[in-house]
Design a protein around this ligand. Sequence first.
Ligand code: UD1
Length: 423
Amino acid sequence: MSVWHIAGGRRLSGSVRVQGAKNAVLPIMAASVLAPCLTELTNVPELRDVDATIRILRGLGCAVERQGGAVSIDSRPLARAEIPHSLMRELRSSVIFLGALLGRCSGARLSMPGGCELGPRPIDLHLMSLRALGAEIDERAGELVCSVPQGLRGAAIALPLPSVGATENAMLAACLARGETVIMNAAREPEIAELQNFLNKLGADVSGAGTPTVTIRGRPLDPGRVEHRIMPDRIVSSTYLAACAAAGGDIELTGVNPTHFSTVLRSLSECGCDIMADGGGVRLVSSGNLRAPMPVITGPYPAFPTDAQPLMLSACLRARGTSVFVENVFQNRFRFTEELARLGARIHTEGRVAVVTGVEALHGAPAVATDLRGGAALIIAALSAEGETDILDSGHIERGYERFDANLRALGADITLIDTKGP
Ligand code: UD1
């Protein structure tokens, strides 16, 4: 258990180099087991979810070494295709190993990933896609027992909705399938294009990522050694910008790709922030006196990202007028708003819609991080509140942010992370 102690009301200024993307590195680490090879990754963020993925890889028999942001994975000694429940429950996205293990080992045994703080997290589309590629999947007693008796074969897969994880799982399995696979209504997130780049370095033939149609021509992979630098994290970028928008100040992000979060930049600009973006950097200047933006409506990329919704909502708590948020991706993504109310926020939620009425000031209060981005939203609110806030966190925020407290301190925030060592 940790406590984030924040004394609010300080403007932020300075520069942050943004970490590598959590949602890009996890599927790439899973993809590293597709073929026996040595994968050298750089710009890997130091996060709990990455640690858990390393434990999964070691459990499968891979040799993994980590030195700061450099991770090397030797998948040649892979000896098992099973992931125990204790590891699966740490990391929902471990289900992406299914496609890679089916490709490499023609079988896999995983425990069923459960729901999460954001509501039910079904994997029906993952399983539908893998079955289309020839997998036989037995769902019994919380376990997925999978085999490919006839080998994987290419298929046309039409996703009813553009699920990021299902697209990734299908891409991984299809790399080693016989013939061509076409994924229609594929997710278009930048992390999908990043996975395509990595798979092609492994020797796969994948094209179309970033569009609704991804095509994979299956063929044997014999990569030897592969190097890859992880792309910058667009949600972490959005977090620092939202924090500066709310608290006021002048910050610069380096090593980022602003085109990946242009919807967030647009909303922040509608709030009255001055934003200057170029190839690898973004500068945001905020007076701290914002106005409500146009309604923020989340959806699959290129729409406004659901992961940035709590961050943007938090930036609008003191904005003049009424800010409206429509959450179209996850059912239960407004739980954090009850915690924001403790700081004096006025938020009314009904189903998929949250309406924020801007208040003059927020005040410090004890609060609880309900999930990763909801926790980050609380930090943003606390930075712009008068007085002190303690945010109790059972590890959610450190799943996604590397050196968050140190980076915010470097920007002038008064924030301390206290590890209480409790359960
Ligand atoms: C990924 C991201 C997560 C982000 C989400 C949406 C990773 C590790 N996580 O999660 O941070 O919030 O994309 O941008 O990359 N769905 C089904 N059946 C399925 C799969 C998904 O109904 O088999 C539904 C989900 O319940 C959800 C929606 O589809 O409502 C989107 O989920 P999906 O795109 O699959 O998200 P993840 O890949 O889990």
